[in-house]
Design a protein around this ligand. Structure first.
Ligand code: 13P
Length: 342
């Protein structure tokens, strides 16, 4: 086993998943605004410490993805967060992609930036205690999109990113997020997911990325947020858990190489309950089909939203918020084994 495959195995440990806590300052500000929480560096630090210091979460979390600011901050114990987490048996990861830019010739589509200066940033992040990283590309579904060019350009950048990480001794988590926004059907989502992953893995092979030393972070195949299949249409039209699980796994079976060790899901705007039930169903179905990958979660919103609400920036709410988080992690971790029941 190489150093990197060791980290991959630890991240994909049974009964565990990954917390994404890598919201940029502006995304964090939007979430804080919902509950009137002050948008200061210290409140972001306090919020992250509330999550990371919750009792028993290491039972269900193998790793946490941090944002640049958090990787450099200290817990109130005086320990830098990577050390604070490591003492609790949790690995620290870091988001390394930067902003997006419009795709030349198709302004509705975006490509992710961040390759410039990446090697130096990776070296520094490794020194600060990160063992893995994340890069997110966004794929929008609509009239005539995504284009092949969008999938190709994002796939190429994801592959260059993954290769750079492996060279720097860090495990890459490649995340081509197929967005939930839109009116598309479940079938269209499956088709786009299949193509997105196929193109990305072609580029990974060309760039000679070691597939056993990386993790895929994927969307589920889901009907668009404004699709009648979300349940707003006629009775019987709503996509069932089973249909979603089968569509998602068909996309993976068609496009994800079998030597990939694992797939983690983003929650992408699903409610916490939806994200948990669907993960549970997908894992159960994958076991039935004897698919080779460990499948688990790497959620941000589906784990954090009820906790942020319970906290609302108030010291007197910390215990209740931590109890909410402990329960969310425990339920989601159970779903990652196909053992969740509502
Ligand atoms: P959500 O679970 O909120 O989609 O976030 C996951 C993530 O890391 C997006 O990049």
């Amino acid at each position: 086993m190489t150093e990197l495959t060791h980290i991959v195995s630890a991240l994909l440990a049974h009964g565990k998943g990954i917390l994404a806590a890598d919201e940029s300052d502006s995304t964090c500000a939007k979430r804080f605004d919902t509950y009137g929480i002050e948008k200061t560096e210290d409140m972001r630090r306090t919020w992250r410490e509330l999550l990371f210091g919750t009792p028993n979460v290491a039972k269900g979390l193998s790793g946490i993805i941090l944002y640049d600011e958090t990787l450099r901050q200290k817990a109130s114990t005086g320990e830098p967060f990577p050390e604070f987490l490591s003492k609790r048996g949790i690995l620290s990861g870091i988001k390394v992609d930067q902003k997006t830019e419009s795709l030349a010739g198709s302004p509705e589509e975006e490509v992710t930036k961040g390759l410039e200066g990446l090697q130096d940033r990776l070296t520094e992040y490794g020194r600060l205690g990160a063992t893995f990283t994340k890069w997110r590309a966004v794929i929008r579904i609509g009239e005539g999109i995504p284009t092949e060019q969008c999938l190709r350009e994002n796939g190429k950048r994801l592959a260059l990113y993954a290769k750079a990480c492996q060279n720097a001794g860090l495990v890459p988590i490649a995340e081509p997020e197929v967005l939930l926004e839109g009116t598309h059907t479940l079938a269209r989502s499956e088709e786009v997911l299949t193509k997105t992953l196929a193109v990305m893995f072609e580029e990974m092979k060309k760039a000679e990325v070691s597939l056993s030393e990386m993790i895929l972070k994927s969307s589920m195949a889901l009907p668009g947020k404004e699709s009648p299949q979300q349940g707003s249409g006629q009775a019987g039209e709503k996509a069932s858990l089973k249909e979603i699980a089968e569509a998602t796994l068909r996309a993976f079976a068609a496009s994800v190489p079998r030597e990939m060790p694992g797939i983690v899901f983003l929650s992408g705007g699903q409610t916490p309950l939806e994200a948990t039930e669907r993960l549970n169903e997908i894992v159960k179905e994958a076991k039935k089909q004897e698919l080779p990958w460990r499948i688990t979660f790497s959620y941000s919103r589906a784990l954090q939203e009820p906790v942020l609400k319970a906290w609302s920036g108030k010291t007197e709410n910390v215990t209740t918020a931590q109890e909410t988080f402990e329960k969310r992690v425990e339920e989601t971790a159970r779903a990652s084994e196909g053992r969740y029941s509502h």
